[in-house]
Write a protein that binds this ligand. Structure first.
Ligand code: BES
Ligand code: ZN
Length: 585
């Protein structure tokens, strides 16, 4: 037996699934997806085939001619419950295809079922999936590891008033009675964590030749305006990284409980509505998810142990797109914010130095529990260090060669080192690559962010004062964040900041979150009702985690944190509920 991914029961000696045909009926009353998955193997196999599942009700397994096949569903293992249950099917000699009839659990960890009250429209329910890192197994029985890429076809049978979208190419929609069936196909092989669906009252607006924005009808106009620059981003990204391989780049603006800022589902990026600031100031998240079309979706991490290959490369690519569109200062300011977040994450992991490494040992670790800014920002800094050592032109050459060499495959950190050695011999040792990959903390050769605007913000922090009206008028949201995050706490400036700049009313959620954290840390009570509102309305973990940590970290607000969570948790995604419960425990 050879298990190459600590988060999958896949045995590398068994045949790979190559293509999946899904037929699923969406049942909002039962909160289940029910139907069948037809799995086609890359080559005919025999003997045991181990698949990943999580809380699936397996109705039966048969061969393509209908013969029932013997199977065994193992109970979840005590020490690693997040892996779910191994489904072992016994393949008769020469088997090329099997069909699994099944239904998902109402608690499927990849799914959030929203009642109408949790949507903008208030009249229709909503469903969405979030499979990264290892939740695809809770909606499809398969080898849930990025090492085994699959193509797929799918039909979603949905209530007729709703649209059933997938991160795939649209084929057609058939309506009959009170139901509609939507057909989708994904012709390019993808890691299973990129399988995605959303069902709801959804409308769309075209915003470019390759892009449209989807959202609930009452949100779609403002979403289309906010993301109207997406085609410029696509063109800038293609200039940097080569042709866009996925045909369309559509955006889906989700209900507020979406647990991430964005998710790079191929052809249909999912985005939090907290990006709708009304001034396009948060579109770097779109640049990030777009960049994943190259780094992550074309070249994928082989397991969560090499997650930095997805996220570190993508943050690097995101900041190159930001630089191309909005200038080098903006990219540097965002890198400075990233550095603050990284230092905070390293501090949180003081007792878990393995999670400070880029190459992260993950045996016995739940990827949702290990999630942090480390792979993002330390990964970014590692690539910047290499870029500084060889110069931008040579680094860009490496990047192109790396993408070409590994497209449509899943790679480890060693594969990265091999490509680096081939393209830029000697630089890995020159920049102390070993320390970057396998050491804790940030090596001292990391390049610091450089920008005069950054210097100005730092001077303001140093002076320990609030900005004048004139200064404030020139601060971008990113500079506001750097200022607020940089203030020592507890701060005595909260009342003056609140009075002069009405930060509780900021439409920019990043600025709002930075302000609320400063206020909570400083014991500034007038901001607490706004913090409660945010926690009750928004399920994005980037805000939930620090806000709950801050509230729970002070005795004056500890009980409040527990009360707010009890009131709000039913509206959070299952992963967010779990993560917050852990913070409060
Ligand atoms: N792929 C991630 C989201 C993710 C990571 C989901 C791990 C599940 C497990 C996505 O690309 C991402 O990084 N989103 C960020 C935004 C980005 C600008 C840093 C987020 O959600 O905040
Ligand atoms: Zn990402």
């Amino acid at each position: 037996m050879t298990r190459l991914d600590p988060h999958s029961y896949n045995d590398a000696n068994q045949p790979d699934v190559a293509h999946v045909t899904l037929a699923l009926r969406v049942d909002f009353a039962a909160r289940t997806l029910a139907g069948a998955a037809r799995l086609r193997l890359r080559e005919a196999g025999s003997g045991p085939l181990d698949l990943d599942t999580r809380e699936l009700a397996i109705r039966g397994v048969r061969s393509s001619d209908g013969t029932p096949l013997a199977f065994e569903l193992a109970p979840p293992e005590q020490e690693v419950p997040w892996l779910g249950s191994r489904l072992r099917v016994n393949l008769p000699a020469g088997t090329r295809e099997i069909v699994i009839e099944y239904a998902t659990s109402p608690q499927a960890s990849a799914l959030q079922w929203l009642t109408p009250e949790m949507t903008a429209g208030g009249a229709q329910p909503f469903l969405f999936s979030q499979c990264q890192a290892i939740h695809a197994r809770s909606i499809v029985p398969l080898q849930d590891t990025p090492r085994v890429r699959v193509t797929y076809d799918a039909t979603l049978d949905v209530p007729r008033p709703l649209r059933g979208l997938m991160a795939a190419a649209f084929v057609r929609r058939e309506e009959g009675g009170d139901r509609a069936v939507e057909h989708w196909t994904m012709p390019q092989p993808i890691p299973p964590y990129l399988i995605a669906l959303a069902v709801g009252d959804l409308a769309s607006r075209d915003v470019g030749p390759r892009s449209r924005v989807w959202a609930e009808p009452s949100v779609v106009e403002s979403a289309a305006w906010e993301f109207a620059e997406v085609d410029r981003m696509l063109l800038a990204a293609e200039k940097l990284f080569g042709p866009y391989d996925w045909d369309r780049f559509d955006l889906l603006c989700m209900p507020p409980s979406f647990p991430y800022g964005g998710m790079e589902n191929p052809r249909l990026t999912f985005l939090t509505p907290t990006l709708l600031a009304g001034d396009r100031s948060l579109t770097s998240v779109v640049a990030h998810e777009l960049a994943h079309s190259w780094t992550g979706n074309l070249v994928s991490n082989a397991s969560a142990e090499h997650f930095w290959l997805n996220e570190g490369f993508t943050v690097f690519a995101e900041r190159r797109i930001v630089e191309a569109l909005y200038g080098g200062e903006m990219a540097q300011l965002q890198a400075a914010l990233g550095r603050l977040d990284l230092d905070a994450a390293l501090k949180r992991f003081a007792e878990r130095p393995q999670l400070q490494r880029l190459r992260t040992p993950m045996q016995g670790v739940d990827p949702d529990d290990a999630f942090s800014e480390v792979p993002y920002e330390k990964g970014y800094l590692f690539l910047r260090t290499i870029e500084e050592a060889v110069g931008r032109a040579r680094f860009d050459g490496f990047l192109r060669a790396y993408l070409q060499r590994y497209r449509f495959s899943a790679i480890t950190s060693d594969d990265f080192v091999r490509a680096l050695e081939d393209e830029l011999p000697g630089v890995f040792d020159q920049v102390e690559g070993r320390a970057w990959l396998d050491g804790a903390g940030v090596p001292p050769n990391a390049p610091p962010p450089r920008s005069t605007r950054l210097d100005n913000v730092r001077a303001l922090v140093q002076a320990g004062r609030v900005p004048t009206d004139g200064e404030a008028a020139r601060l971008s949201p990113t500079e506001w964040q750097l200022y607020l995050d940089g203030l020592p706490r507890p701060s005595t400036l909260c009342a003056e900041l609140d009075k002069t700049f009405s930060l509780n009313a900021s439409r920019n959620y990043e600025v709002l979150a930075s302000w609320l954290l400063l206020a909570i840390d400083s014991g500034y009570e007038p901001a607490l009702p706004r913090a409660e509102e945010v926690l009750a309305h928004v399920g994005r973990m980037k805000y939930l985690k620090p806000l709950y940590r801050a509230l729970a970290g002070r005795k004056e607000t500890r009980d409040l944190a527990g009360r707010v969570f009890e009131r709000a948790r039913h509206a959070y995604h299952p992963i967010a509920q779990q993560v917050v419960a852990q913070i409060l425990s």
